[in-house]
Design a protein around this ligand. Sequence first.
Ligand code: ATP
Ligand code: MG
Length: 627
Amino acid sequence: MSQTPNHSARQMPATAAAPDSSGTTPAAGSNFIRNLIEADLAAGKHAHRRWSGHPGPAEQQLRGALDPARIRTRFPPEPNGYLHFGHAKSICLNFGLAQDYGGRCHLRFDDTNPEKEEQEYVDSIIDAVRWLGFSWDAAIADGGSERENNLYFASDYFDWMIRFAEYLIGSGHAYVDSQSAEEMRARRGTLTEAGRDSPFRNRSIAENFDLFQRMQNGEFPDGAHVLRAKIDMASPNINLRDPAIYRIRHASHHNTGDRWCVYPMYTYAHPIEDALENISHSICTLEFADQRPFYDWLLERLAEGGLLQRPLPQQIEFSRLNLTYIVLSKRKLIQLVDEGHVDGWDDPRLPTLVGARRRGYPAAGFRLFAERVGVSRSESLIDYALLEDCMRETLNDSAERRVAVLDPLKLIIDNYPAGQSEDCLAPNHPLKPELGKRALPFGRELWIEREDFMAQPSKGYHRLYPGSAARLRYGYVVKCTGYDRDADGQVCAVHAEYFPDSKSGTPGADTYKVKGNLHWLSVASACRAEVRLYDRLFAVPSPGASRPGETEGSERDFRDDINPASRRMIQAWLEPALANVAAEESFQFERHGYFVADRVDSRPGAPVFNRTVTLRDSWSGKPTPPR
Ligand code: ATP
Ligand code: MG
């Protein structure tokens, strides 16, 4: 230990049930996991660790050498689905800690279950982690040309897992059980009642070896035997009542094909994966807290046998991310996709990372969000508005400004010569003058927003109505002189006169004092585009939860809470500079919000835009403030 160790922080993970006072009000950049890592670094806990010689690609160079990483963390997804916002938190945490402390973060596919895993998910997870801005590929030493490529598959360790299982058998710590699943369940006991030993628990070591070998040879059908750790059937922690560590599955695996017909259980495989990769801090969500005693038991046995080096990896739990207005359960997400409530896994309304990317949520917004929500051990539900604020804040800085008219109404400037046109200059980014200005063509006929005109103005309305004056942003002040109605009585055009000496940027501009400030586009140069107005997928904060007046605790169907207005497709007018944008470029459409050129459907010359987020939160119960 160092001179001034932080005892309270170090002890926290060892007391799973104890409330965490330090983690409940997370401050940006500081959390209980950081305290723990800093204490470990100060104590030099991992400083003398040698590379274990695990089966990764860097094995040859590194076997036996001092591990160059100060800490090692990992993100260990199972490739059985698309990543969601909760995973983003875990990715930012694990990769972020490695970056901050001179460490490495491994991307490891926890692919020990042959039935549910697919290459498609492997590829999409790799893409998502890269997109979030992280890398598992790091220079081994500063200035050196050798690199560590820390991309791993748990299934590459199957030989090691077998070897370790054989060690456990040989040392009397594991046995082959031949009870049926029902018999095993019946003897497991309950939370209040001890379990009972299996009749096969005292098989000889030789018989266990023989049976385990024959399990691997494919001599038995699925379920005929399992290999179990021999710990304590009376343990108060059910996870220590001789947990299964290997089972028979005659199934093809996406990576190892038909080579194996026995597969390790997740709880056995995971600690071994961590240890083989020299992981120092194995960070996971709270539901694994009850598994920690087994994690430690297993690694201790293997270290005792000289199969693993010390210090062993330490499991540290934090509470998973929960957000209002969405669902993160894999089962529910699959239902939304399979039943067609959304258009596939990358639907911009889904909380998947492929969906977020298509929606235009910037990766930097997720990193900011992860920092803001912090890390704690107490369950919490984060307001979706916080995520949206992080996206707005990031985009406010990065996105250039453009003009779009989403609900067009024609404005005719009767005293402006027909056929004439002139440029008005609009800044690309009000906070970054270095990004320059662009030309917006002005002319006699313009598009304005329908809501920027009222035939009979309500009180406090400062935009256009007969007799009023307003500024056409970056252009002239105009005075409304009248309007036309079509056969149905709908307003179809507004008439106005402009003041030639009022142009923005000229000395005369300041002599006009008007309250309304409208955006506009010239009819002659605007381009037509499909715009998709996305909003929250669910209309209530906790989809599926009972509402006031309903029986407490009665689960409703979460699908009944889908927001029917979560997507509206419109045809809009865009300024000419938007006609040829590249897919995935983001802009602020002035007064409307942030929009991104759809990465699937948008083409230069035929843009399609998705609304990422509005400029202000309209969900917080307050009316949208007047503009
Ligand atoms: P499954 O039910 O299939 O296990 P999962 O969402 O836990 O689903 P994994 O692939 O096991 O998916 O998750 C990879 C990592 O992401 C794990 O370390 C897990 O703890 C973390 N993770 C998953 N969901 C969340 C969440 N909501 N908040 C924070 N971390 C999460
Ligand atoms: Mg999981």
